[in-house]
Design a protein around this ligand. Structure first.
Ligand SMILES: [Zn+2]
Ligand SMILES: [Zn+2]
Length: 438
């Protein structure tokens, strides 16, 4: 890193003064001052920072024009030198040099305004971004327009106006930009060794708006006991959208099958306790098609450690699933494939949707499409797949019952789930839930 032996004389004086103002004493002095004085300090320091930013542009422009980065340290470029010497990111360094190079001609007016305290440095950045992709003969007019706007409008408005200008003045360029952004889209799923999967991606504006709109209903807490963070609700929402598409056979067929989850459970394994199908959990078979089957650029999936499910999660999934018996020989080879049986028929699902109108949890408004049919008495323990033993629960509340210690209790045994059901929480909370119709 470049560390100068000594600073230019005026800078040494200014720096010493600023450092003095921000000492511990200044804190005490300001605390005893009036609101007016404190506000003056806050806005005044902002002006100082902007004036310093404008002065920096002048220094950078002179440094760049003389090729000093190359002379001093053999730097490949001025941005490369700035990145190391000022410890800023490459993008910041490039932008600073770009603005500095135009600070004497194209951007002279806004830079002057930043120095005089009429604009902030953020406004200047917005003006530069708004014009940099325009044809050169249109740039000066656009700078003048945006500079006028910047003096009366917040930075966000200047950015938006810059985008509009680009679409009006240079529609072809704007289209090329949009296409370039679209090409940068990606989604990567990286399985981790602990069984979780890391997700990383980038979406173009239109796709992001679509996803944001689709996730919006899931961002509302399901009820007053819903302690999930917004990020957790967003993750649950995304999975729910995928599950709905899968359940309703909306996804394309790959390898002769629609995408679905395969859970392998050995029914000979001893039951540990009620509602648990096995002692040791179950393996999630990898059902993702080979990457070369997928359209390029759409989704990448790399194999990791095999995913394993807790017995309670297996019980929840089994509540509303298709069961296929596989008869394996001693070597684990399938020798017979039983008939696939759906626990709840599509007809029963429709009747449940009509009766419950969505998730039966008190205060939850998830619609039937976002619910599982839950067996109150587990079918693993002999509970029947009848409407009177079933109710609809959204994924969040289905998980609450199977994995988070909540219980459902039928109030009137002769009516089953057609009548009221009491919901008991692990901390003594309880609510009564009634079928509420479509
Ligand atoms: Zn269930
Ligand atoms: Zn719910």
């Amino acid at each position: 890193m470049f560390a100068p032996d000594s600073l230019p004389e005026p800078l040494t004086a200014v720096l010493a003064q600023v450092r003095d103002w921000t000492s511990a004493d200044a804190h005490t002095t300001l605390a005893g001052d009036t609101a007016q004085v404190r506000a003056g300090w806050v806005t005044g320091l902002q002006q100082l920072a902007d004036a310093v930013a404008a002065a920096t542009l002048t220094a950078v422009a002179a440094f760049d024009a003389a090729g000093d980065g190359q002379t001093l340290h053999g730097a490949a470029s001025t941005p490369a030198w700035l990145r190391g010497a000022c410890r800023i990111t490459g993008a910041e360094a490039s932008e600073r040099v770009r603005i500095a190079r135009r600070a004497r001609d194209l951007l002279a007016d806004p830079v002057d305004h930043v120095r005089d305290g009429m604009l902030t440095y953020e406004h200047l950045r917005a003006v530069e971004r708004g014009v940099r992709h325009l044809p050169p003969d249109q740039q000066q007019r656009a700078v003048d327009l945006l500079t006028d706007l910047a003096q009366v409008a917040p930075v966000g408005d200047v950015r938006t106006a810059g985008k509009h200008l680009q679409h009006v003045i240079d529609p072809d360029g704007a289209l090329a930009d949009t296409c370039q952004q679209f090409d940068r889209r990606h989604l990567t799923l990286a399985p981790l060794m602990d069984g979780m999967t890391a997700m990383d991606g980038l979406l173009d504006a239109e796709s992001a708006a679509l996803l944001t709109a689709a996730l919006a209903p899931f961002l509302v807490p399901a009820d007053q006991d819903d302690t999930r963070t917004a990020a957790q609700r967003r993750a649950d929402g995304l999975v729910q959208i995928v599950q709905t598409a899968t359940d309703h056979a909306l996804l394309p067929i790959v390898g002769g099958e629609r995408p679905h989850l395969h859970v392998l459970v050995d029914p000979r394994a001893p039951h540990r306790s009620a509602g648990q199908p096995c002692v040791c959990g179950a393996e999630l078979a990898d059902t993702a098609p080979e990457p070369d089957v997928l359209p390029p650029g759409r989704l990448t999936h790399s194999p990791g450690a095999p995913a394993f499910l807790h017995p309670l999660a297996v019980a929840r999934l089994a509540c509303d699933a298709q069961l296929t018996a596989l008869l394996l020989n001693d070597q684990g080879v399938v020798v017979d494939l039983g008939r696939t049986r759906r626990l709840f028929s599509p007809q029963q699902r429709k009747l449940l949707a009509a009766r419950d109108g969505g998730c039966r949890w008190v205060g939850c408004d998830r619609p039937p499409a976002h619910t599982d049919a839950h067996h109150v008495a587990s079918w693993l323990d002999g509970g029947t797949t009848d409407l009177a033993n079933a109710l609809l629960l959204c994924r969040h509340h289905h998980r609450a019952v199977h994995e988070n210690g909540w219980t459902l209790q039928i109030t009137n045994p002769s009516r089953g789930t057609h009548g009221p059901v009491t919901v008991h929480g692990p901390n003594g909370q309880h609510h009564t839930s009634h079928p509420r119709g479509p």
